[in-house]
Design a binder for this molecule. Structure first.
Ligand code: AMP
Ligand code: MG
Length: 274
């Protein structure tokens, strides 16, 4: 199956997260073979990123959104980790600082948009401003509801500047989230990850689902698609995302740039006698 087609939300499509099985692991995928496939995809991703860096023609932006314990950090480590840090930056968006909050919501995001030859991975993103902000009524509905169109315009502007955009929602079940919180409580090495807010936010699960759905349905465009990735199973999540990233980058049809110097001439003048 082609996960790039299967998990993409088409423009105009109205998905309901409740209709999508977060435990899906592919029609005939197995953990062992998935691991082998992921290894190959890592190699391919590394080569493609090298080309993107060498070409200096385009940028690539990957946005990750998920509930708490949804696996954003895991995706960054196990999928994006194969890229060369020289051309890849991870940006984590937290609660806005007072300076950030004094500006339009896209101000802090735009500052981190990837330049030519660069990949940027957003761990949370401008979508927080229509998700957490909505669930907690941090701005009036009249303000956040305008933001879908503003986000689409912003992303279109990045695309016009030759940025490719992919957005992944890591879809886990409420039970899986509780299991993961529980695992964290059981493992001293993970205690630092736990906050009381994880549990209080969980009480608003249904409100978050509505906010995620609306963000995805309003902002999955031809130029910047959303993908809803079944993420209860970590190996499947990693495989699906790696495959989508690699297939997307393959479609850029990148080429090693032509030299800016006369190679034959340099060989003859400086390599003579070697
Ligand atoms: P973490 O990713 O667990 O370190 O937490 C970051 C926190 O910052 C989360 O609770 C987010 O919901 C919150 N956050 C991120 N962006 C915004 C925003 N624009 N407005 C309010 N809270 C935000
Ligand atoms: Mg957290």
């Amino acid at each position: 199956m082609n996960y790039r087609k299967q998990f993409r939300v088409s423009p105009g499509q109205k998905i309901r997260l409740g209709d999508i099985d977060p435990s899906f692991t592919g029609a005939d995928e197995k953990k062992e073979s998935a691991h082998q496939k992921l290894k190959k995809l890592h190699k391919r991703m590394d080569d493609l990123q090298f080309l993107l860096y060498a070409e200096q023609k385009r940028s690539f932006l990957i946005c990750l959104q998920a509930p708490d314990a949804g696996g954003k950090d895991g995706v960054i480590r196990h999928v994006i980790g194969s890229m060369n840090p020289q051309g890849c930056r991870v940006v984590s968006f937290k609660q806005p600082t007072s300076t950030e909050a004094a500006h339009d919501f896209l101000w802090r995001v735009e500052a981190h948009a990837p330049g030519r030859g660069q990949v940027a991975v957003f761990n949370r993103s401008h979508y927080e401003d229509v998700i957490v902000v909505r669930v907690h009524s941090l701005v009036p509905a009249a303000v956040w509801s305008e933001r879908f169109a503003q986000i689409n315009d912003f992303e279109r502007r990045l695309v016009a500047a030759n940025t490719h955009i992919l957005k992944f929602f890591l879809h886990i079940s409420k039970e899986e989230q509780l299991d993961r919180f529980h695992d964290r409580l059981e493992d001293e090495a993970n205690w630092w990850k736990i906050s009381e807010a994880d549990y209080t936010e969980r009480e608003r699960w249904d409100e978050y689902v509505v906010a995620y759905q609306d963000a995805i349905n309003n902002c999955s465009t031809e130029h910047a698609p959303w993908f809803v990735i079944p993420s209860n199973c970590k190996w499947f999540r990693n495989l699906a995302i790696a495959e989508i990233i690699v297939e997307t980058m393959e479609a850029f049809h990148m080429q090693v740039p032509a030299p800016h110097v006369n190679i034959a001439d340099i060989r003859q003048r400086y390599q003579h006698g070697r």
